[in-house]
Design a protein around this ligand. Structure first.
Ligand SMILES: *[C@@H]1O[C@H](CO)[C@@H](O)[C@H](O)[C@H]1NC(C)=O
Ligand SMILES: *[C@@H]1O[C@H](CO)[C@@H](O)[C@H](O)[C@H]1NC(C)=O
Ligand SMILES: *[C@@H]1O[C@H](CO)[C@@H](O)[C@H](O)[C@H]1NC(C)=O
Ligand SMILES: *[C@@H]1O[C@H](CO)[C@@H](O)[C@H](O)[C@H]1NC(C)=O
Ligand SMILES: *[C@@H]1O[C@H](CO)[C@@H](O)[C@H](O)[C@H]1NC(C)=O
Ligand SMILES: *[C@@H]1O[C@H](CO)[C@@H](O)[C@H](O)[C@H]1NC(C)=O
Ligand SMILES: *[C@@H]1O[C@H](CO)[C@@H](O)[C@H](O)[C@H]1NC(C)=O
Ligand SMILES: *[C@@H]1O[C@H](CO)[C@@H](O)[C@H](O)[C@H]1NC(C)=O
Ligand SMILES: *[C@@H]1O[C@H](CO)[C@@H](O)[C@H](O)[C@H]1NC(C)=O
Length: 644
């Protein structure tokens, strides 16, 4: 007689054994009694494990409820293991990928403190890569993240304790007949099967993937020598993790089997639960089927002719409404942008930001180089207002603002066209170890002055006050002469429009957000000045606003304040400058940075005063050495001071 897993679970609970002896399982579809799930993960009524639903920046985990013993108690050797699962990734837009999913071994059920987006719900920016994590993951990664050295946006990787894979390959499977690997698209929405096999004798981990219609290929995609003895603890949980970012994606697991010291049982592919869009087909008699088939074939031939014509049209289809005609902004045709970016080809991808993907392009007629930002957008109601704002922003002209050239619109998608900035974003120069050149002091000073003057224009010199809302190094772009220009102004408003007014959510980037903004949720020119101050310190120190390497999340501003108080202000300067700078200038900039990033709002200067300070037209106010003991990390204190 075969014992049912739920009964086994009961026995396990009753006897209080810490690790089960029953080290294999097979699930052709799931139900709640078998898995521990958290976050947005759920088990659908028909037995699918849905790790993420279509909600932005969320994570979901699912684990086999019972921890498994992974080491032999008598000799401490790691056991060999084998697993096999079927998954599907369904993005909302067929050609835009969200983040991927991972099979994991973890010491805990769940990952407290883990982050969403590129962190896949596994790690966060401070513990990523730390050997105390004891996490093994096989990632099915659908976004290329430079910070983790990803090879592309469609790969399978082996991760030990962090997201920088020890081995990775573009998703593909081996075909014995041809002796070649055939490519797979992870985000195709089609179910695919993955096998993970570890042999402790060989210390080798193999990962194999194939479409569900293809049996296990004879050659694995990845085969790596990894000694897991220091990674794996005596008992571990096995399961899955996934997260979403700004692009809506659902991650499904349809079936899963696992076996310790042996080959995981094959899944019964015909009894796996079906994915949502598959409609239940009713049982028809064979006669009806044949008649229907005849009709279908006839219709299909006619339809495919029509479909071909429609597809050609749909490829370039856009949305144009009457109200848009009143704006003077240039509206590009989608076809033009499609051609300019060679069909939004991967080679043309400049980067992926919080708002969407940015492509390089060249306008077919004028040969002007452009940067094209595709933003997927679901709110209809906010669109009109937002396009109005974009239109008025395109009237903004300043040499330190990235010029918006126009836009285009399709269903659920807004496309913005900007001038092309050949040197990319400033943060790459500050942090990307692969950039051979370091910015000199005079270049840094020029960039800071440029950004200050662009921001002054937005705040005071245009007909309307424009609050940027997201000043940071990655939003400062550099042209061929290394002039800094502010990009993405006003885009953060996209988050506001159409979202639930009940939910106050702060827009901006962690580390640049002024303390009062978290309380009031209102972005002002003064919160921009705060972010500018942080940005200034960032450029001088060459460090991120939240200093991850330092003890718990030290804020750059607090750190510079500390050095100022201790009279060692020059110690904060980016070591890569090699001492090649003007001490007077550096001190001036650091003090301006401190003034601007003062947690007390009333103490911050305006951008006009900042410009005057930079030009030497205004003398620097005395900055109290004691700094009044305030820190950015304690907004309550700052607020109390402000009120008094
Ligand atoms: C859930 O799983 C348990 C154990 O495998 C099984 O006994 C039970 O019938 C399942 N329930 C459903 C609704 O499938
Ligand atoms: C996703 O899951 C969360 C939490 O379970 C839920 O609040 C939300 O409504 C779900 N969203 C959708 C679109 O199903
Ligand atoms: C555990 O190690 C002991 C001693 O080397 C060995 O005799 C035993 O077979 C091992 N057990 C398993 C399950 O591998
Ligand atoms: C990162 O995760 C660890 C635990 O996994 C947690 O202790 C820490 O607070 C988290 N850090 C951040 C910045 O969220
Ligand atoms: C790794 O994590 C441990 C425990 O959380 C911590 O003490 C240690 O400093 C971390 N190491 C690094 C290099 O971050
Ligand atoms: C498969 O994908 C890789 C990486 O994306 C690419 O270099 C290769 O040309 C593709 N092969 C085929 C046959 O499409
Ligand atoms: C991994 O793949 C290699 C090459 O096909 C094979 O020789 C080895 O036996 C495999 N190991 C496991 C654990 O499947
Ligand atoms: C694997 O690592 C363990 C502990 O780190 C070490 O004792 C063992 O010798 C290693 N085995 C191999 C084959 O490298
Ligand atoms: C697989 O599932 C189908 C449908 O549930 C069932 O008819 C068949 O017997 C199963 N096959 C095996 C090998 O268990």
């Amino acid at each position: 007689m075969v014992l049912k897993p739920s009964l086994l679970l009961m026995i396990w609970l009753l006897t209080g054994i810490t690790a089960t002896k029953y080290d294999d399982f097979t699930y052709n579809g799931f139900n709640r009694t078998e898995l521990y799930i958290d976050g947005v993960a759920e088990i659908t009524p028909n037995g699918l494990l849905r790790l993420t639903n279509t909600t932005k920046s969320k994570q979901g985990h699912a684990f086999h409820k019972v921890p498994l013993r992974f080491k032999n108690t008598s000799d401490g050797n790691v056991y060999s293991f084998s697993t096999c699962f079927v998954f599907a990734i369904r993005p909302e837009h067929p050609d835009v990928s969200g983040h991927g999913l991972a099979f994991v071994l973890s010491p805990n059920e769940g990952f407290p403190g883990a982050m969403t987006n590129q962190y896949l719900g596994l790690f966060n920016s401070s513990n990523n890569g730390n050997s105390t994590n004891h996490v093994l993951a096989v990632e099915l990664d659908t976004i290329s993240n430079m910070e983790f050295g990803d090879i592309d946006d469609n790969h399978v990787g082996i991760d030990v304790n962090g997201l920088r894979s020890i081995n990775a390959a573009p998703a593909s499977y081996f075909i014995g007949k041809t002796g070649k690997f055939e490519n797979l698209t992870l985000i195709s929405g089609e179910p695919m099967q993955v096998w993970v096999d570890y042999s402790n004798q060989e210390k080798r981990l193999n990962v194999t993937i194939s479409p569900i219609s293809v049996p296990k290929p004879s050659r694995p995609l990845l085969s790596s020598l990894v000694n897991l003895s220091s990674v794996i603890l005596d008992t571990m949980y096995v399961g899955f993790s996934s997260s979403t970012g700004s692009i809506l994606t659902s991650h499904y697991v349809l079936g899963w089997s696992f076996k310790m010291n042996g080959q995981a049982a094959a899944l019964n592919l015909s009894s796996l639960p079906s994915l949502p869009s598959e409609k239940h087909r009713r049982k028809l008699t064979s006669l009806i089927i044949w008649v229907a088939l005849g009709v279908v074939v006839f219709i299909a031939i006619t339809a495919s002719c029509i479909a071909y014509i429609i597809r050609r049209k749909a490829r370039y289809a856009e949305v144009l409404e009457e109200w848009e005609l009143e704006h003077r902004t240039h509206r590009f045709s989608y076809k033009e942008l499609f051609k300019a970016t060679k069909g939004f080809r991967e080679e043309n991808l400049l980067g992926v930001g919080g708002f969407g993907r940015v492509y390089k392009g060249k306008l077919p007629t004028s040969k002007t180089e452009i940067a094209v930002k595709r933003i997927s957008h679901d709110s209809k109601q906010g669109m009109r207002e937002f396009v109005g704002e974009i239109a008025s922003n395109s009237q903004l002209r300043h040499r330190n603002l990235v010029q918006l050239l126009g836009y285009s619109r399709r269903k659920g998608e807004l496309i913005l066209v900007y001038e092309f900035m050949s040197n990319g974003s400033l943060d790459k120069f500050l942090y990307d170890a692969n950039k051979p050149t370091t910015l000199s002091w005079s270049q840094r000073l020029k960039i800071i002055r440029g950004v200050a003057s662009g921001l002054l224009y937005l705040h005071e010199e245009w007909e309307q006050i424009v609050v940027h809302r997201d000043i940071k190094a990655s939003n400062v772009l550099l042209d061929g002469e290394m002039n800094g220009k502010l990009g993405d102004f006003g885009l953060s408003r996209l988050h506001d429009h159409g979202s639930d007014p009940q939910i106050t959510h702060v827009v901006g980037t962690f580390g640049y957000i002024a303390p009062e903004l978290t309380k009031t949720g209102r972005a002002t020119t003064s919160t921009d000045v705060f972010a500018f101050g942080v940005f200034t310190l960032e450029v001088v120190c060459g460090r991120r606003p939240i200093m991850q390497q330092e003890s718990p999340d030290l804020h750059l501003v607090d750190w510079v304040w500390g050095s100022w108080r201790n009279g060692v202000i020059l110690e904060v300067i980016d070591a890569r400058l090699g001492g090649d700078y003007d001490v007077g200038e550096v001190e001036l900039i650091l003090k301006i940075g401190l003034l601007c990033s003062n947690p007390v709002r009333a103490a911050r200067p305006t951008m006009r005063q900042v410009m005057q300070l930079l030009d030497g037209d205004l003398s620097l106010p005395e900055i109290p050495k004691d700094g009044r003991g305030i820190t950015v990390s304690s907004p309550d204190h700052a607020e109390a001071l402000e009120e008094s």
